[in-house]
Design a binder for this molecule. Sequence first.
Ligand code: CMC
Length: 431
Amino acid sequence: MSSNSLTITDNRTGKQYEIPIENGTIRTMDLRKIKVADDDFGLMGYDPAFTNTASTKSNITFIDGDKGILRYRGYPIEQLAGKCTYLEVAYLILHGELPTEAQLKNWNWNITHHTFINENIKKVLDGFHYDAHPMGIFISTVSALSTFYPDAKNIFDAENRHKQIYRLIAKVATIAAFAYRHRIGLPYAYPDNDLSFTGNFLNMMFKTSELKYQPNPVLERALDVLFILHADHEQNCSTNSMRGIGSSHVDPYSALAGAAAALYGPLHGGANEAVLRMLSEIGTVDRIPEYIKRVKEGNFKLMGFGHRVYKNYDPRARIIKQVADEVFEVTGKDKLLDVALELERIALDDEYFVKRKLYPNVDFYSGIIYKAMGFPVEMFPVLFAIPRTSGWIAQWEEMLLDPEQKIARPRQVYLGSDERDFVPMENRNPS
Ligand code: CMC
């Protein structure tokens, strides 16, 4: 008997089974041989919300939630955030290695030269109501891209996939900025290919009558760091959606629209928007204890706190706090920062949060920085979606090329009615 295995005794039958252990996991398909009779379906695992189920092997992102460690392709997030641009990190996430100077130049050129969108996409954007949420516009417009690039269906052609990857990373920023401009009724500002990825994004967001928009270098760099921190985060809700939808072999635009929809929810990427609304509602430091009391009574959650994986300080939140200082030097300090700092101090000292290992996550401070930089709160989830696009497509490509992956299709435990006969309308009783 291998020592790297699990011996299971089925007390229903007295039979013993040996299940191999590989990479700290068992294959739940191995449980199927555990049966009480030949015609028994066999044992399954029951794991609502996948809290203890690995759905894939991956080489992209590593998280140690207990120690608060995050690495992309082995590189600590702190080093990448300190030394790279977002596009350099996007290259790393997608290709597995940091680019050489020539590779980075080529990569930047390709992304930069895919930032323009077909003029007809503007007509799609124009169809939205003036106060449409930019994340709703973003999701729908990314989905609409699949109709502009029908060749994207050739997902097993590597060259074709690369073209869609350039398009997606580049065009999500343009769509995001155009969604904002549409909402406030300003003419769309076209991409400026002389600028960096983040500099151009600021240009498309905020350019007005100047001939050439000059991004503030501190804010441009801060946005790069924020984008690096948001680029990937292994098998979270939206990435799982990207892989799940992509496993049907649909084109990447349709899959990415679904992933962005998953991100929109307040428990995921919509949390940054919810944090800012929460901080504004609290308003002043003296109202924090009452707010915390209501959280502990179970009335609502403290947004920007807690994480499925991190049971320690989210390393991204630590880096964001440093970025905040640099941004506030330029923009002036936001009064909500004092509320956030005090809220964090009180929560980290409170038994309720300590016992449950609830720490600030990436969304707790990002919104305050975005607000100081002039982004309206509705744009916050969109700002999350732009860089997460590189992570989504890296995970999508890894899934497509993984010979063990198939169409994602979980099982269920059926607890509904047993077979019963149809009841004619006149015989039905209101339940
Ligand atoms: N405020 C108050 N209590 C909380 C919070 C919170 N933010 N988060 C978790 N808890 C409590 C929860 O009620 C439960 O208590 P009990 O054991 O008494 O029932 C306990 O902590 C364990 O929480 P859980 O709900 O089992 O944790 P989860 O892994 O299912 O949920 C989460 C993770 C992020 C959805 C959750 O912590 C949450 O809703 N946080 C607020 C929303 C938020 O900030 N989301 C952004 C996540 S980070 C960015 C991203 O990747 O999307």
